[in-house]
Design a protein around this ligand. Sequence first.
Ligand SMILES: Nc1ncnc2c1ncn2[C@@H]1O[C@H](COP(=O)(O)OP(=O)(O)O)[C@@H](O)[C@H]1O
Ligand SMILES: [Mg+2]
Length: 238
Amino acid sequence: MAILEIKHVSKFFGGLAANSDVSFTMAEGMIMGLIGPNGAGKTTLFNCITGYYPPSRGEVLFKGRKMNGLQPDKVCKLGMARTWQKVRPLAKMTVLDNVMVGALCRTNSLKAAREIAQEQLQVVRLKQKAGFLAGGLPIGERKKLEVARVLATKPELLLLDEVMGGLNPAESEEIIQLILDIKRQGITQMVIEHDMKAIMRISDRIVVLNSGEKLAEGSPEEIVNNQAVVDAYLGSEH
Ligand SMILES: Nc1ncnc2c1ncn2[C@@H]1O[C@H](COP(=O)(O)OP(=O)(O)O)[C@@H](O)[C@H]1O
Ligand SMILES: [Mg+2]
């Protein structure tokens, strides 16, 4: 069964169609890459999928259930979690406490939340920074903290919005390995990323957005050989 079905989703901001009649489905356990130029509507689609705001048209089904307009805590309890392109940790709280906030979506016990948070800090290799203030972390560690926070919500579907943005090659490689580890845990992922080499390595399939519309969908190989994708996106920069 598809874990996620996106059916004819459009999102309008005034006269602008940030998403326009986008449809695709995701099978459980896969990694779907979501690519396209800046302003293509990738983050908006994440917002529609996670119920952050309802689509203007169409619908999103997660495990067969309609997501339109659900509150974020409800979305999290159903098993969907996303990272934000602009990472905003709770700067004056410790790294451990930030991850505990994620874990509290699953448990009311502070002790249990602390244990979950410690486990996830281990997974992202940030355990040595547990007692540091989140606001003082360099960007690479903030991104890992963001991933630990969402993993602590115990998601079945994880949506990662440019988690490699602003990272150096060594830091990006760590994130790639982390994404592959998460896949081995059986968690389904949708990944927005500009680094084409990275997206080709990790994705089972790729959806390309352009001006809000789905331009193409296919295997990484099909996408790099798709003339429309090369013309709209891959041609010059990548
Ligand atoms: N809350 C909003 N209000 C108005 N316009 C928005 C809003 N969010 C996104 N947009 C616009 O929608 C388009 C798609 O943006 P976005 O989804 O952030 O693209 P991407 O993530 O692919 O770079 C852009 O033109 C952007 O300016
Ligand atoms: Mg974006």
